[in-house]
Design a binder for this molecule. Structure first.
Ligand SMILES: C[S@@+](CC[C@H](N)C(=O)[O-])C[C@H]1O[C@@H](n2cnc3c(N)ncnc32)[C@H](O)[C@@H]1O
Length: 205
């Protein structure tokens, strides 16, 4: 049986791939934020051979990302770039897609809002952003297991928490994105797909 450094990636990669297939086309650049072990990156990139999938994460994760990339040798996966949201600037490359799985509930909400602002500043019209993970709706957990998971997160770090879908939506809209679809995913997760609207100066004030 296949083993993984992050076992959840084995369970969620197929349903995520099915959604990505609906949106990802052609010879474009995708930035992954918080690549973790890079197991998503090497799996997804194989299915989009024209795509340049660029991994990124905080410094302590670079070792495992490099190991995964060396073990798998997928030609269209690059990085890891150093990108700690809240400290590092967004890379200068032009990205048409940004993918981030299970990160918004790990980083602080302040970092989350910084990320939305950076995306609004750097992505051009038509760029897509994918956020995978658990979300609350109207301030409510969608399952008992998500509530337990949130308790566990907050014990580890009081700044981590499952985010409210409505807060993410409001903040992304503020920085120039529209929600295309909120995909229901297995195990009480969601995959939010946003698209960058035409640039408007006032969105960044
Ligand atoms: C639960 S892991 C998810 C890893 C991977 N995306 C996955 O789904 O298996 C959360 C990731 O968020 C990253 N992360 C946390 N805070 C961050 C920040 N401020 N900027 C960038 N990445 C951050 C962590 O380093 C870690 O890789």
């Amino acid at each position: 049986m296949e083993e993984a450094k992050a076992p959840a990636t084995l369970r969620n990669r197929e349903p995520i791939l099915e959604v990505l297939k609906q949106y990802v086309r052609g010879r474009k650049n995708l930035l992954e934020i918080g690549s973790g072990t890079a197991e998503h990156a090497v799996y997804f990139a194989k299915h989009f051979p024209e795509l340049n999938w660029v991994t990124s994460d905080v410094q302590p994760n670079h070792k495992v990302i490099k190991e995964t990339l060396t073990e798998n040798k997928v030609p269209n996966v690059a990085g890891p770039l150093l990108l700690k949201v809240g400290e590092d600037d967004f890379p200068r490359t032009s990205f048409q897609y940004v993918f981030s799985a299970n990160c918004l509930h790990i980083m602080s909400w302040k970092e989350g809002k910084t990320l939305f602002k950076l995306l609004g500043k750097r992505l051009r019209e038509g760029a897509h952003v994918f956020f995978y993970g658990p979300f609350n709706y109207d301030g409510q957990f969608t399952s008992e297991s998500n509530k337990k998971f949130n308790d566990w997160l907050q014990e580890r770090n009081p700044k981590s928490a499952i985010r409210n879908f409505e807060d993410v939506l409001k903040s992304m809209e503020k920085f120039g994105f529209e929600l295309i679809k909120d995909h229901e995913m297995p195990a009480n997760n969601r995959l939010l797909v946003f698209r960058r609207l035409p640039f408007q100066q006032e969105q960044h004030s």
